[in-house]
Design a protein around this ligand. Structure first.
Ligand code: AMP
Ligand code: GLY
Length: 293
């Protein structure tokens, strides 16, 4: 079988490395890939968000399986496009990937189905957001709802910083369209853990947990990033927590997505905060983690 992996990060290097160990694979491509993937796969100079070109390549090379790394093409509907042409591709459809593409959607689903997550309000105007701060004191989190490459989350110590964050998102448009809608959230304290599972739309199969180093600089200093490195498994994530995460969060979410007519197939990534009241979901991602993979 010929396999195409889409993306160009450490995550894709790991995917190419592992997938290539299957005896079923006789040729593997990576678009656009990197110097690591070049040692194992043939790099293809097509950016991960150029769906037309990727589709053309997959049809021409008769690719038997495509595996998508990053969120952007998933949210843009690459899976739908490939499936329309009868191509086998691993990842959620655009409607399912909205779980990552819209934090507002994701929070609303969690609320509707009673999944544990931080208290929140969504907003789509500056005025509406400002209104929420009258009563708010203490730390709070302000987020751009759309995709912002892991940078659209602002941790605020008080209402003043919160209002500044709303300005950054809504007035300065620092995250572009991703900030057309926003979410204000209760600040959760605890250890963070990444829990990833395979899902076929009905059930989930969890992988080992992981924890990534968020801060840009040594000693946990500097701004948060998508992750500077990771280790797995995460020692804090006990078997009991794992069971809770599966039965109270991941499985109910997959059932909820099915009930909403958005069956979720692919990797479901739950970013959990282990609070003193149990694990709560910070976010869902529609893909493998980078660097966790
Ligand atoms: P997200 O993209 O929503 O996962 O947010 C990125 C990072 O911001 C998370 O990995 C956490 O480190 C932090 N974060 C997000 N939401 C909260 C919250 N409600 N309380 C505390 N930290 C948060
Ligand atoms: N490591 C965080 C992420 O993949 O979103």
């Amino acid at each position: 079988m010929r396999v195409l992996v889409i993306g160009g990060g450490g995550r894709e290097h790991a995917l190419v490395w592992k997938i290539n160990q299957s005896p079923k694979v006789n040729e593997i491509f990576c678009a656009p890939g990197n110097t690591g993937t070049a040692e194992i796969a043939q790099n293809v100079p097509i950016p991960a968000d150029q769906i037309d070109q990727l589709l053309e390549f997959a049809l021409e090379k008769e690719i038997g399986l495509t595996v998508v790394g990053p969120e952007q093409p998933l949210v843009m509907g690459i899976v739908d496009r490939f499936q329309e042409k009868g191509l086998r591709i691993f990842g959620p459809t655009a409607r399912a990937a909205e779980l990552e593409g819209s934090k507002a959607f994701s929070k609303d689903i969690m609320k509707k189905y009673g999944l544990p997550t931080a208290e929140y309000k969504t907003f789509s105007s500056h005025e509406l957001a400002q209104g929420y701060f009258d009563k708010e004191t203490g730390p709070i989190v302000v987020k751009a709802s759309g995709l912002a490459a892991g940078k659209g989350v602002i941790l605020c110590r008080n209402a003043k910083e919160g209002l500044n964050a709303v300005d950054t998102i809504m007035k300065d448009k620092s995250f572009g369209e991703a900030g057309d809608q926003g979410v204000i959230e209760e600040f959760l304290e605890g250890q963070e853990v990444s829990v990833l599972a395979f899902s076929d739309g009905s059930t989930v199969l969890l992988m080992d947990s992981a924890q990534d180093h968020k801060a840009a600089l040594d000693g946990d200093q500097g701004p948060n990033t998508g992750g500077m490195g990771a280790y797995s498994p995460a020692p804090v994530f006990t078997d009991l927590l794992r069971q809770k995460a599966r039965d109270k969060i991941m499985l109910p979410l997959v059932r909820a997505m099915k009930a909403e007519g958005r069956p979720y197939q692919g990797i479901l990534y739950a970013g959990l905060m282990l609070t003193k009241h149990g694990p709560k979901t910070l976010e869902f991602n529609a893909r493998f983690g980078d660097p966790e993979t």
